[in-house]
Design a protein. Structure first.
Length: 124
């Protein structure tokens, strides 16, 4: 049950990311991110990955086997951030940092987040 809630929460975060984005370009990223959501949720809940301050995922624990899925997620996030930035007239890094703050606020207790000093901490 907890895992299902985690997956549903992650899917809602993806949906929120796309609330500012429309058009055909987003369909591929959105579809892939939703498809990866169970894997990402599992990696987060097991402490393998966490959310960095730059809006991207990072490894809390070394896991070469999971590198491809994390890279794919980060690449899709980068594309989404870039499109939102174009619409808002700001840089993609500004969008990504804003998104990182939102993700941190919505993170579940026990999720790993990177603090401003680059240290991994678990949300209480």
């Amino acid at each position: 049950m907890k895992k299902m809630k985690s997956v549903l929460k992650y899917i809602s975060v993806i949906a929120l990311s796309f609330s500012c984005v429309t058009g055909a370009w987003a369909a591929g990223e959105k579809e892939r991110m939703i498809e990866r959501a169970p894997q990402i949720s599992t990696l987060k809940s097991t402490g393998v990955i966490g959310e960095k301050t730059d809006g991207f995922l990072g490894f809390v624990k070394k896991s070469p086997a999971d590198k491809a899925v994390v890279n794919a997620e980060n690449n899709d996030r980068k594309a989404v951030y870039s499109e939102i930035a174009k619409g808002q007239g700001v840089s993609a890094s500004v969008v990504a940092q804003r998104r990182a703050l939102q993700i941190a606020e919505q993170a579940a207790s026990g999720d790993w987040l990177q603090n401003a000093n680059g240290k991994w901490v678990q949300k209480k």
